[in-house]
Design a protein around this ligand. Structure first.
Ligand code: NAP
Length: 313
């Protein structure tokens, strides 16, 4: 397999780069500033692309590689891959579901608690010596609140399970009501937002879900509600969220993802009622290794003519 050319779309976990390098002829796309020369030298011989949550394969890249056989993503979200183009060309796409579900759900609960109980702000309070001048102000209870989930899939369900342990009522919105779910279903995001305290985005990013959290949804959530986004940045109309936070029309936001990562709107940096994370939903040593192994196993299975482990199609 050492002679098989695999294109790594962008920098990833060093472990994944090393393991790919051991097994394949790995080409790191970002190391070739002269793309014209790169395509002249390698376009006909690249047989696989490895993508991630940050880098994938757009239609132009897929078209430029006539012998591309598979795209393996080191992420569960595949919004950086042109799935339509892959389908059209009969190129299978794999991702890394399940192995990261618990990690992202754990972080979601952490984000909710950090936001409602102001954990980061409290930490800053102690570090800055302000505690000596008086106690920190009272915060908001999480236990017993109503949690609304946009996208009751693997991660959404794992979050719901955890929130149940906090005696929360769970409700959700997705395209179809889940017949086997005991949670309350709302047929629109606005209705969901109107009926919950904590609104969590956990659906995939598609053309349908871009800005699924818009001004109307944010206003339905209201000043007593908080938004948690652990999906993808473009799920939320960030400009609208920033205005709502500045105007006090929404209670707060816990954000792991942003519209234009790694850039975060300047206005958010000074707000106390937001917790901002650098897209670390699945970022533990254990989970990232499991994701890397799965991304590689999919490639190996493909080139050995075996069934793919986690194909999208
Ligand atoms: P999943 O199991 O496929 O669940 C996705 C859920 O979203 C399904 O319940 C689906 O239900 C729903 N959905 C799909 N399209 C929808 C739409 N148009 N409107 C409303 N709901 C919709 O996926 P997962 O493994 O839970 O992952 C979910 C997403 O989390 C990923 O795609 C990724 O973007 C994000 N993620 C983020 C991080 C991070 O680091 N922050 C880490 C991992 C994953 P229906 O089909 O019934 O609509």
């Amino acid at each position: 397999m050492e002679s098989i050319k695999v294109l790594l779309a962008g920098p990833v976990l060093p472990y994944l780069e090393q393991e790919l390098d051991k097994r394949f002829k790995l080409l790191k796309f970002w190391n070739y500033p002269d793309k014209t020369q790169f395509f002249k030298d390698h376009a006909n011989s690249i047989r696989a692309i490895v993508g991630s949550s940050g880098y994938g394969a757009d239609a132009a890249l897929i078209e430029a590689l006539p012998n591309l056989e598979i795209v393996s993503s080191f992420s569960v979200g595949v919004d950086k891959i042109d799935l339509g183009k892959c389908k059209e060309k009969g190129i299978p796409v794999t991702n890394t579901p399940d192995v990261l579900t618990d990690e992202v759900a754990d972080l979601t609960i952490g984000l909710i608690l950090a936001l409602l109980r102001r954990i980061c702000e409290c930490d800053r309070y102690v570090r800055s010596g302000k505690w000596k001048t008086g106690n920190y102000k009272l915060t908001t209870k999480f236990s017993g609140k109503t949690v609304g989930i946009i996208g009751l899939g693997r991660i959404g369900t794992a979050v719901a399970k955890r929130a149940e342990a906090f005696n929360c009522s769970i409700c959700y919105y997705s395209r179809t009501e889940k017949q086997d779910s005991k949670y309350k279903y709302y047929p629109s995001v606005v209705e969901l937002a109107s009926n919950c305290h904590v609104l969590i985005v956990a659906c995939p990013l598609t053309s349908e879900t871009r800005h699924i959290v818009n001004r109307e949804v944010i206003d339905a959530l209201g000043p007593k509600g908080v938004l948690i986004n652990i999906g993808r940045g473009p799920h939320v109309d960030e400009r609208e969220l920033v205005s709502a936070l500045l105007e006090g029309r929404v209670g707060g936001a816990g954000l792991d993802v942003f519209e234009n990562e790694p850039h975060v709107p300047e206005e958010l940096l000074g707000l106390e009622n937001v917790v901002l994370l650098p897209h670390v939903g699945s970022a533990s040593v254990e989970t990232r290794k499991a994701m890397a192994d799965l991304a590689i196993e999919n490639l190996v299975a493909h080139f050995q003519g075996k069934p793919l482990l986690t194909p999208l199609f």
